[in-house]
Design a protein around this ligand. Structure first.
Ligand code: 3H9
Length: 718
């Protein structure tokens, strides 16, 4: 709601009250309308200040209300009421003025911001556009190019930048509400004619068409199929080309298209999913609210390859003292140089404080004796990791947490090498570790709740979104990815090309198709793992070359590696590149010949595979594995899986994540298509719908937030 008070005799104060971010719920909107009328009717009141409780102006429309029927006064008439007021209205912006919150501020006649406040229009990230006049007022205030930047990207600006752009009138380091009250008193008698932004003409730059064409191209390039950014451009276009009232009509039409779209639903689901994963729980019943993290001041990283370097940078930038260990002197020197470069680039590009002095380098594992937490980041080699964990267990001080950055090996096996298996957890970072936002925190059956809580909190301090997952081969992300990769290989065997598969996946919204990603990360990585798993057999012909453990297996990746085609690094992989290390993928005629020979050798007849089959064959087995993961209790809920896929694997955010996508497609349809493909390819693994998926599909597609009720029932009942 909104609370009304009178300060200094003549200033009516409206305080928004809706924790945690004073979002504009129906009650708050009603409160603003009622208190505005009151302030305008009280003769003693000469001016009005609008502020938010608890140091936060307003986080925008209340997203929690979006799914329900609209009640209370709408936002647009509310902002018009404020702008049309006969008494000056001043916004006192502390903390945040976002989305509808900034629109509320723009309807006021003046804006005073605290120096630490952040302002912006993040609607685009929710699949929306600023729909309470933001697309029409902002361009009138700060011009078209700056408005396009803020509205299409959702970028938030500091108070200082807002002042520079002309969004706020004053910035203060002192109490912004007190400053606003003083300001309101000083302008009490001033004319408001020049203060109503809706009456301003919209600046019309001479190169208007070029600006909009460029903006459209830019959003098309980066949006990967998301419709909101382009629609934001159209709404700003209306501000320049139409009178205000007509522009508002256009804004309403465009907002309504977005609001009712599946993409907005997906993005809003994702907004809450990303927050829900911090309220983690484990299969053994440990929980975020009952488990206390241990203090960590000093951490160590063992192994300074690509991952170890990124983790070191991330830790140092988060303010931790780091001992970085690499036993080979030459590699230590190289790593030191690389880490310095990464820190400098971080400082230059993102303004992160330089943190060279936080890192001590050493060639000896003994140097980690006094740290609170170690992250092992050596090669994916179980024997090597086991030796390191034995050493760490002997060297580290009692109570130190021992973490591994393995991307899929057994945490429990590593824990069993130590004297305190309860202090062992996985911290699975994604490359490049100082950039990627995702951290899978993997708990083993013996990991104690404090160890999980500590790793989760460490991730948060490093600016990551941490997701707690159980221990199994590949954990959540890579376990599901295996199914996706396998299907892509099978599609090549059956007649598809890497370009065709990649194109379908890129049109779906992945930044890169599966084969381009494979070339980028290096085909040899998977090859090493498959070799260690005994899957790579010496070359021989016959059907057994394509069978492992009774299931169909495609050795295509292995055969490419045998040819030295490791991807970008060797200039050849699924595609060809102009040189080793080249980035631009070109179809390779050699590969077409190779695939033809391969098919001929194995008696496979190439067929035409359509777009839909490529998509369903790649995505549905991955989704099915997601349900199996839920069934096994490896992930607590669909949100965990979706956040992992969006942040770690390039799943398009506007499709919500694989589990949300499945809920939109319809679980019965996913089951039906999997069964269809299973009938045609009975030897292909991963096509049999799992019990949980079948069960949920059978109870007529419950909404995704209801799945947990089914999942949480004892597994025997699934
Ligand atoms: C809009 O305004 C449309 C209009 O243009 C037109 C309409 C016609 N509503 O992120 P945090 C909750 S669209 C409801 O962990 P932080 C959030 O769920 C809106 N709840 O904290 C969480 O709840 P819980 C445009 C909201 O400090 C808690 O607050 N506005 C809203 O890291 C804390 O959030 C946006 O898109 C909301 N609007 O970051 C702003 N916002 O504790 C979106 C937050 O139960 N919000 N909550 O998990 C944000 O960007 C960040 O939450 C914010 C705080 C920067 C505000």
């Amino acid at each position: 709601m909104a609370f009304y008070s009178r300060v200094s005799g003549s200033v009516g104060m409206i305080t928004l009250q809706n924790p945690p971010v004073n979002a504009l719920s129906a009650a708050v909107r009603q409160g603003i309308v009622d208190t505005m009328h009151r302030a305008l009717s009280e003769p003693e009141v000469k001016s009005v200040v609008i502020c938010g409780q608890n140091g936060k102006f307003c986080g925008g429309a209340d997203i929690r209300e979006f799914g329900a029927k609209m009640t209370g006064p709408p936002l647009v008439p509310m902002v018009h009421l404020i702008e049309a007021a006969s008494k000056p209205v001043v916004a006192a912006i502390e903390g945040i003025a976002l989305g509808g919150g900034l629109e509320l501020a723009l309807s006021c006649h003046y804006r005073i911001a605290h120096s630490k406040a952040r302002l912006g229009f993040p609607e685009v990230a929710l699949g929306l556009l600023p729909g309470a006049g933001g697309t029409q007022r902002l361009p009138r205030l700060i011009g078209v190019p700056a408005s396009l930047d803020l509205i299409t990207t959702g970028r938030q600006v500091t108070a200082a930048e807002a002042r520079q752009l002309g969004i706020v009138d004053e910035v203060t380091d002192l109490n912004a509400v007190d400053a606003a009250v003083k300001f309101a008193q000083s302008v009490a008698d001033k004319s408001l004619d020049a203060r109503r932004i809706s009456t301003y003409p919209c600046p019309r730059p001479p190169d208007l068409d070029t600006i909009f064409e460029r903006a459209m191209q830019q959003v098309r390039r980066s949006a990967r199929g998301a419709i909101a950014p382009g629609t934001c451009v159209q709404a700003v276009h209306a501000a320049v080309t139409l009178p205000y009232a007509k522009g508002m009509e256009r804004e309403r039409e465009l907002f309504s298209v977005l609001f009712n779209s599946g993409q907005a639903r997906a993005l809003q689901y994702y907004f809450f999913a990303q927050r829900a994963v911090s309220r983690w729980s484990t299969a053994s019943g440990a929980r975020w609210d009952t488990s206390k993290p241990r203090p960590v001041h000093k951490a160590a990283v063992i192994g300074l390859g690509t991952m170890g370097r990124g983790i070191t940078v991330s830790l140092a930038q988060a303010g931790f003292s780091v001992v970085a260990v690499e036993t080979q002197e030459k590699q230590l020197l190289e790593a030191k140089q690389a880490v310095s470069g990464m820190l400098e680039r971080g400082a230059k590009r993102r303004g992160v404080p330089l943190a060279h002095d936080k890192i001590k380098y050493s060639c000896s594992v003994q140097a980690v004796a006094d740290v609170d937490l170690v992250i092992e980041a050596v090669f994916e080699d179980m024997a090597l990791k086991k030796t390191i964990f034995q050493q760490l267990s002997a060297i580290c001080k009692p109570g130190a947490l021992l973490c591994t950055n393995t991307s899929g090996l057994d945490i429990d096996e590593l824990a069993s090498q130590t004297q305190s298996p309860e202090l062992v957890v996985g911290m699975h970072f994604f490359a490049p570790a100082h950039v990627m936002q995702l951290l899978e925190v993997v708990y083993g059956p013996r990991s104690c709740p404090e160890a999980v809580a500590t790793a989760m909190q460490m991730g948060k301090k490093m600016g990551k979104v941490s997701v707690a997952v159980g221990n199994c081969r590949g954990f959540v992300g890579n376990r599901m990815l295996k199914l996706y990769l396998e299907q892509a290989f099978f599609l090549l065997e059956e007649g598809a090309t890497p370009e065709q598969v990649d194109q379908v996946l890129e049109e779906f919204g992945f930044p890169m198709g599966v084969f381009k990603v494979s070339d980028l990360s290096g085909l040899d990585i998977g090859w090493k793992v498959r070799k260690a798993d005994g899957l790579v057999l010496p070359a021989f012909t016959g059907t057994s070359a394509r069978i492992r453990g009774g299931s169909r297996y495609s050795p295509l990746g292995d055969l490419l590696c045998e040819q030295g085609r490791f991807g970008q690094k060797t200039g050849k992989g699924w595609y060809q590149y102009d040189k080793p290390g080249g980035r631009v993928a070109k179809p390779d005629p050699w590969l077409f010949g190779f695939l033809e020979d391969y098919r001929a050798q194995h008696g496979l007849v190439a067929r035409r595979i359509d777009h839909q089959e490529v998509l369903e064959r790649c995505l549905y087995p991955l989704i099915n594995e997601g349900f199996q993961i839920l069934q096994d209790g490896i992930a607590a809920g669909p949100e965990d899986i979706d956040v992992i896929y969006v942040l770690g694997y390039g799943w398009p955010r506007h499709r919500g994540g694989p589990m949300f996508y499945a809920s939109q497609v319809g679980l019965d349809k996913v089951v039906e298509r999997l069964e269809h493909y299973q009938q045609i390819h009975p030897d292909v693994p991963g096509l049999q719908p799992c019990r949980l998926l079948r069960k949920l599909a059978a109870i007529s597609n419950p909404a995704i937030h209801k799945w947990r009720e089914v999942i949480q029932k004892p597994r025997s009942q699934l």
